[in-house]
Design a protein around this ligand. Sequence first.
Ligand SMILES: [Mn+2]
Length: 291
Amino acid sequence: MQVHVKMGLVALLAGSVAVTYLCSFASKSFTQFFFSPPDQQKEISRVPKIRHVVLDESVVQGKRVFLIGDVHGCYDEMMELLHKADALRDDTVVIFVGDMVNKGPKSWEVLDFLRRSKVYAVKGNHEDHVLREYDKSKDPGYKLPPKYTWVGKLTSEEAEYLRELPYTISLPTYNVIVVHAGLVPGRPLEEQSNYEMMTMRNVVKTADGFEARKRATEGQPWAAEWTGPQHIVFGHDAVRRLQLYDHATGLDTGCLYGGNLTGLFLLGKERKFVSVKSRQSYINAVKVNQF
Ligand SMILES: [Mn+2]
């Protein structure tokens, strides 16, 4: 009898939890569906004034362009790569594909280098994470998680530099677009979601085109479905390492995980890579679908 009463109570409790959950889920979905533009469904930091930067002929004329994969605070490897490629010259335009900071050992040093040098970069999901933590840390009651302690020391100028990183950099001279994570095929640049440009890995086919997926468990790599006309250079996907498609090149070769840091020179239709070995595995393994 006692057992039955207990079971009844448990069932009642479980039922009420489920109903509460379903109600909150339904109302959230309803609100999101009717009142939020797509980007606000996923939390991101305040968007930069210019989302899409164009580096035209006046910037790249007579210069080499060198694109660098996800650095993640691997300052020593970054400097080694820049020297190996002889890229710190006035005749070389250097562009980073995002996720320059976080997770690795020397995020601040990388950020300081970026700000002091005449290099370009797009915003990755980790720059966005840093900004969200920075904004939260302005509340005196907020305690930064241990892995974001370095964010507490950022000046407002340093945060502002990260804030204004664009989501894409286009190089019409080379017919190239640089983005951190990816672009949804068949969708104009202006209609790409800020969140997805920093986080997507795959796309799934729908009746009217493609939808982005953050996780690689569903659909295809977006780059496999990208048919141009521009060539997209991106990072973010350390699990897949170097990705070579006709119209897309993925440069995240997992420096943070003991792989390589890879750079790419744009030379007409050819792709010339320069890479350096990671000095150590700063994190033991790439978690599949890591965010
Ligand atoms: Mn990333």
